[in-house]
Each structure stands twice: as C-alpha cells, then as structure tokens.
Ligand binder design. Structure first.
Ligand SMILES: [Zn+2]
Ligand SMILES: [Zn+2]
Length: 254
C-alpha cells in the first residue's frame, strides 16, 4: 500500500496544507488538500473519498475536486462516511447554497458525488483496500479508521481528544504497521486542546503507555503551524523512539 501525504497540518498557513492522504493513487482519506497538489491525470484516477468528519479542513478539497471533475471526467466519485458525517456534508455543503448539489448533477444516476453511509467498526472494501471506521472524541461526530490491504495496514485517529476504543482496537488489531495521531497543540495550550477535542503530546503518550503501544511507530499529524516548534521540542524531550512527524509531500509504504 502506498499512502501519499497531500497535507497533514491543523491549519492552512504559508506552505502548510490541510489533511488529506491518497491511498494507492485511487482513494482519498479526508479531502482537505486535493487539486492544489494533484495533476489532472491523477485526479482522473480518484475513485472514492473516505471522510472522517465534516470540519472544513478535512472536506474543503472536495469543492475544487468536483469542479475539476466536471471538466475532466464523465463519472463521479463515491464518498464514504458515517451517516452523521455524510448528512452534514450533503445538507450543509453541497446544498445549492454553499456549493452546487453535485449529488444530483448532472443527473441523479450520473451524479458527480455518490454518498455512501458506513457503519462503525464494519469493514468496507474499495478497490482492494479495507476501511473500518471507529468513533472518536472530537467536537463534531468523527471517525478514525483502520486501513488495510492484504491483512496489513495502518490506523488514523483523525481529529480527536482523549479516547479509549481506538487505542483498544490498536492493541488488538493484527498487521498494523503505524498509527497517524492528532497532536494539534503543545502542553501550554492543553486547555484549548481539551475544549476543541484534540490531543497534546501528554494525552497521546498516556494512551500509548496505557495500551502498550510503545513499539509501534506513531506519526504525529494536525500540528497547528504556529505551535510546530514548541511541539517538536516536547517530542524531542520525551525521548520516545516510536514518535515521528508526518511530512506532507512524502509517501509511506506498507
Ligand atoms: Zn482538522
Ligand atoms: Zn476537526
């Protein structure tokens, strides 16, 4: 499996882009950054997008992606999300006010967006990749994911504060090669992190220790650009060998 990191930060500032991963050149996991970095040729290959939650930094790439698809292709893309997430996207974004309702354009049968509801902790397979959503703890309904191809894969917390189920599954699940986890704020902003449903490093380390995950690589994502230096210092001071930073423009291979 190839995971291209199109964007992985908690805000769009200067060079830092919003969250979006492209898996095996064909499936988006979140869509915060798409047309800014993908050529038309690569856009033609996208079959589906799995969306963790409806916050704008995880969905805004859908707007320009669909606009580009109008010119590029006849078919649409499948969008997969929990019902609560799907409903917010269709009712509040593609509602003919914020953006056209591409779930019925050009026609209901040939729509450019085809929304699909997925169930918590049930696997969905799309072009050979299995996705299993897990309920997280964020300020809006959010699912993390287990993503696997041929029994091997990774887990993604999406945006989350302290939570249990995700880490319980991380401990039991076979074939997990790494975890991508939210550390948006440094400890000096712990209060804001808690209110907004994000982790600081100490929250993440608490879960890693509690669930015995010190040997699995964890890639930190969703840092707020303003706090990157502060978070990097905290991670260096922690002296943990399994912590890494996700880097936009790179690819991870499994
Ligand atoms: Zn976010
Ligand atoms: Zn969010």
């Amino acid at each position: 499996m190839k995971v291209d990191i199109l964007g992985c930060y908690g805000n769009v500032v200067g060079p830092y882009r919003a969250t979006s991963f492209l898996i095996n050149d064909s499936i988006l996991l979140d869509a915060g950054t798409v047309t800014e970095v993908l050529t038309d040729e690569r856009i033609r290959n996208i079959k589906a997008a799995f969306i963790t939650h409806p916050h704008i930094d995880h969905v805004k790439g859908l707007f320009s992606l669909i606009d580009e698809m109008v010119a590029l292709r006849e078919d649409g893309i499948e969008i997969f999300a929990a019902k609560q997430v799907k409903d917010i996207i269709t009712e509040n974004l593609f509602n003919n006010l914020i953006w056209p309702d591409f779930t019925s354009i050009p026609s209901a049968e040939r729509a450019l967006i085809k929304p699909n509801e997925i169930e918590l902790e049930e696997e969905v397979e799309v072009v050979g990749i299995n996705f299993k959503p897990i309920l997280m703890n964020h300020s809006v309904y959010t699912t993390g994911f287990v993503v696997k191809e041929s029994e091997k894969g990774f887990m993604f917390t999406s945006d989350t504060g302290e939570t249990e189920r995700f880490w319980e599954i991380a401990r039991k699940e076979d074939g997990i090669e790494f975890i991508i986890a939210d550390v948006s704020f440094p400890e000096s902003q712990k209060n804001i992190a808690q209110i907004s449903g994000h982790m600081t490093l100490s929250t993440l380390l608490h879960s890693i220790d509690r669930y015995g995950l010190r040997d699995i690589p964890v890639y930190i994502y969703h840092m707020k650009p303003f706090f990157i230096e502060e978070i990097r210092k905290e991670v260096a001071n922690s002296k943990r060998k399994n912590l890494f930073f996700l880097d936009q423009g790179t690819s991870l291979f499994i």
